[in-house]
Design a protein around this ligand. Structure first.
Ligand SMILES: Nc1ncnc2c1ncn2[C@@H]1O[C@H](COP(=O)(O)OP(=O)(O)O)[C@@H](O)[C@H]1O
Ligand SMILES: NC(=O)OP(=O)(O)O
Length: 311
């Protein structure tokens, strides 16, 4: 039987604007097609940090453009928009890349909602960086607007929003049906549209779920063999960017937990990836998580690079 792989693509790896995204999805599609050619069944997910921040800012400007009829677009709706336009670009780019390699496959993007817990304490402590990296001047402006900001792994300042943990993928049955019928599925984009249940009603909430955590839940639900988190670094490091920096090749879930406790991974960037990898790898036998560079997906799954996390 074919091995099943959930691929989690970093939002930052998708570029900061539409022209950058068009180029990024081309490279991304090559990496995904490599895995398909290698004989893996792939399920694709992606981040949306830069994109959802951009949409949110644009909707905010639009909302204020007519003072007589101001409108407000909730962050959950911005997540939905990000799923649609990233999924659209990604599914077309992958389709094209596969056709160029003589492979005809049906690819579907599923607008996916993910239930969160209304009382999740993470609503009180925003950790998810969204939007672009800001310089000092932009930072001042963002603070005046009342945004919470953090310094993001030495790359500049970014706005942060609440990021509750994913509890349930609402469309999971549809996703499984599509996979069982041989579709390539793009799902849980941007971690999924965050919703809470109110009787029969699903209510969107103001948050951005971490796609790495959502992908761990997804990978467990569909009984994947691999969770591959593709980002902007080839390996995970301890003492990242400091004296004694060491790039990790293969670690156990216990070693990863030890490093997490020692504070080696930045919250909002590498920490959720390692945590998601540990959650997935611990959840069953023969489940492997891999964190590597987008372009190195094939080398990573073939054991040539990346950081592998196993029980
Ligand atoms: N210990 C670490 N090892 C490697 N990278 C780290 C570490 N801590 C923080 N990082 C940073 O985390 C980044 C990946 O997170 P991020 O850019 O938020 O991911 P995404 O690709 O999902 O958008 C890396 O590019 C790197 O700058
Ligand atoms: N939603 C999410 O996790 O996005 P990033 O991958 O951009 O952080």
């Amino acid at each position: 039987m074919k091995k099943r792989v959930v691929i989690a693509l970093g939002g930052n790896a998708l570029g900061n604007n539409l022209p950058e995204q068009m180029i990024a999805v081309k490279n991304t599609s090559k990496a995904i097609a490599d895995l398909i050619v290698e004989g893996y069944d792939v399920v694709i997910s992606h981040g949306n940090g830069p994109q959802v921040g951009m949409i949110n800012e644009a909707m905010d400007v639009y909302g204020r453009s007519n003072p007589l009829h101001p409108t407000f677009t909730p962050l959950s709706v911005c997540v939905a928009m990000s799923q649609a336009y990233i999924g659209y670009d990604l599914q077309n780019a992958l389709k094209e890349e596969l056709l160029d390699r003589g492979i005809e496959k049906s690819i579907t993007t599923v607008i996916t909602q993910v239930r969160v817990d209304e009382d999740d304490p993470k609503f009180l402590n925003p950790t998810k960086p969204i939007g672009h990296f800001m310089n000092e001047e932009e930072l001042k402006f963002a603070k005046e607007k009342g945004f919470q900001v953090i310094e993001d792994s030495g790359r500049g300042y970014r706005r942060v929003v609440a990021s509750p943990l994913p509890k349930e993928i609402i469309e999971i049955k549809t996703i499984k049906n599509l996979l069982n019928s041989g579709e390539i599925v793009i799902t849980c984009g941007g971690g999924g549209i965050p919703v809470i249940r109110q009787g029969h009603h699903l209510k969107g909430v103001s948050a951005v779920i971490d796609k790495d955590f959502a992908c761990s839940v997804l990978a467990q639900e569909i009984d994947a063999d691999y969770l591959i988190i593709l980002t902007a670094v080839e390996k995970v490091a301890i003492n990242f960017g400091k004296p004694g920096e060491k790039w990790l090749e293969s670690i156990t879930t216990d070693e990863a937990k030890e490093y997490m406790n020692q504070g080696h991974f930045a919250p909002g960037s590498m920490l959720p990836k390692v945590q998601a990898a540990v959650d997935f790898a611990s959840s069953g036998d023969n489940r492997t998580a891999l964190i590597t560079l987008l372009e190195k997906a094939k080398d990573g799954i073939n054991g040539k690079t990346g950081t592998v996390i196993k029980k």
